[in-house]
Design a protein around this ligand. Structure first.
Ligand SMILES: Nc1ncnc2c1ncn2[C@@H]1O[C@H](COP(=O)(O)OP(=O)(O)O)[C@@H](O)[C@H]1O
Ligand SMILES: N[C@@H](CCOP(=O)(O)O)C(=O)O
Length: 292
């Protein structure tokens, strides 16, 4: 039996829609695999009651099929589904690493990105790889047409998850078809700033590059209390705040010394609109780890 811990991720980071992603130190899914004549899946842990065990409907089933690697697969969910922390992607990335090893397929982590993205196509209708790439490679990743670029980073973050859920599939329906040239120019500037900030591991520069006026306002409108939570986090010392993935999670970047205050301010702000939430005080972290 092989075991893999695959981290939650936060995609987009505001200015990098469908392009940027970071691996988070916590939470994570744990995937266990054993060879079997056909694929079976069992799911326990956070939100497991909402996750299908039918291999045709689960992201890990799509990965097993893509690698032609039937297995008995056990998923222990640490990443709650439909919260904006790449839950379906964490399972897919973990399964890709585990099954690649179990069947000695010899694919690199970079080559596993498109394999794991098959799982995302199954659940969100688009094979967006901005969650599976950081879950596989760790750090900060840029997914472009011609490949993935990765940089190690350890910027402190707070990921605050309200009890509500938003399906990525639904949240993709509100993404605008078009943007003005002014908005594009502004977003390119922010995205470039953010990428430099990650390369320098500097939360001030990362925070300056997180704003986006194209997709984020549409997504934020789906999250009750978003504006209050954002304002509270900035007031408490966050250098940048945005919707995590498709939401409803909210991601704040900050200096390590401000992390506790930022988390507490975000929890209080959700509470002030009658919504319970949970905050992960963490950092940009490592990718999927294989245990013998
Ligand atoms: N292994 C899995 N882990 C989490 N969700 C899964 C998995 N397989 C299928 N799903 C389905 O994917 C959907 C959640 O995916 P999505 O809306 O993209 O949110 P998230 O950002 O949390 O991945 C749910 O409908 C869930 O049932
Ligand atoms: N780029 C995707 C990312 C979705 O992330 P998730 O964690 O909400 O699944 C999008 O914005 O649709």
């Amino acid at each position: 039996m092989l075991t893999v811990r695959a981290p939650a991720t936060s995609a987009n980071l505001g200015s990098g829609f469908d392009v940027f992603g970071v691996a988070l130190g916590a939470p994570a899914d744990v995937i266990r695999v054993e060879r079997a004549p056909e694929t079976t899946i069992s799911v326990t842990g956070a939100g497991s009651q909402y996750i299908p065990e039918n291999p045709k409907e689960n992201t890990v089933g799509a990965v097993a099929e893509a690698l032609d690697a039937p297995a008995r697969i056990r998923i222990d969910k640490g990443v709650r589904p439909s919260s904006g922390l790449g839950s379906s992607a964490a399972s897919a990335a973990g399964a890709a690493v585990a099954l690649n090893e179990l069947y000695d397929r010899g694919l690199t982590r970079e080559e596993l990105v498109s394999v794991a993205a098959e799982g995302e196509a199954l659940v969100s209708g688009a094979a967006h790889a901005d969650n599976v790439a950081p879950s596989l490679l760790g750090g900060f990743t840029i997914v472009a047409q011609d490949g993935v670029t990765q940089v190690d980073a350890s910027v402190p973050v707070v990921a605050c998850l309200p009890e509500t859920t938003v399906s990525t599939r639904d949240a993709r329906d509100v993404v605008p078809d078009r943007a003005t040239m002014d908005d594009v120019v502004e977003t390119v500037g922010h995205a470039a700033t953010l990428a430099v900030g990650m390369a320098k591991n500097d939360p001030e520069i990362v925070g300056r590059g997180m704003d986006d006026g194209i997709v984020t306002p549409e997504r934020a409108a789906l999250i009750d209390g978003y504006d209050r939570v954002r304002d509270a986090a900035l007031e408490a010392g966050a250098t940048g705040v945005t919707v995590s993935g498709a939401g409803p999670g909210v991601l704040a970047v900050c200096r390590g010394s401000a992390r506790r205050a930022v988390a507490s301010a975000m929890l209080d702000a959700f509470d002030s609109v009658g919504i319970e939430s949970r905050a992960y005080q963490t950092h940009v972290g490592e990718g999927a780890r294989l245990y013998p």
